[in-house]
Design a protein. Structure first.
Length: 198
């Protein structure tokens, strides 16, 4: 049985003239602000995200983002409708519902994978620190890792502090059950906590 008892779906509306990637960017920017605000209000960030259509052939993240929480009050406190009020032409906010425990068909961890700079920079740093690896070997390893991560679905965002654009790469890892670690980032992601798939 899932420890998440409530969820709320956000459905992206495919509109002519605006790409789905742009809509995801606008949605996720507002979600990030809302989740950070929630953490400031209550001292923790208890809301997880899930991508029910992750790996969709039309668009890698699909057309739906799911918010999950242990308590209904946490989703009410998030008040996502308020934060997405400017995006009503592009995102439909569904009502909060109970997680259908009988329809859960597995669990997955949705986490952030960071690509840390250019492979050349990473290789130089690693070769300098480790005398047992050559620059060429370090470059090959760094390139493989960047290639692996760059295959993942992502959302393009800009940093509110630096203004720099970056890609929020999102991984999905299947697992057999949830764990009790309920620590989520201000993007709703965790590299440890699994969420129910339904």
């Amino acid at each position: 049985m899932s420890q998440f008892h409530f969820y709320q779906d956000l459905e992206l509306i495919n509109q002519p003239g605006i790409s789905l990637g742009v809509v995801w960017s606008k949605l996720y920017t507002q979600l990030h602000i809302a989740l950070a605000d929630l953490k400031n209000q209550i001292g923790k960030q208890p809301v997880a995200v899930s991508f029910p259509e992750y790996g969709d052939t039309t668009f890698p993240l699909g057309f739906k983002l799911r918010l999950l929480a242990v308590n209904e009050d946490e989703l009410h406190a998030l008040n996502i409708s308020f934060w997405l009020s400017r995006l009503t032409d592009y995102v439909k906010v569904k009502p909060i519902r109970m997680v259908p425990q009988k329809r859960i068909n597995g669990y997955a961890i949705f986490g952030r994978k960071q690509v840390k700079g250019r492979p050349e920079t990473i290789a130089k740093r690693r070769a300098r620190k480790d005398p047992n690896i050559s620059y060429e070997d370090a470059l090959q390893l760094a390139s493989q890792k960047n290639r692996q991560f760059s295959q993942l679905p992502y959302v393009s965002l800009s940093s509110s502090t630096s203004g720099q654009y970056f890609k929020l790469f999102i991984s999905r890892k299947e697992c057999s059950a949830e764990n009790t670690d309920m620590d989520f980032s201000s993007y709703g992601l965790s590299n440890q906590c699994a969420v129910p798939i339904f």
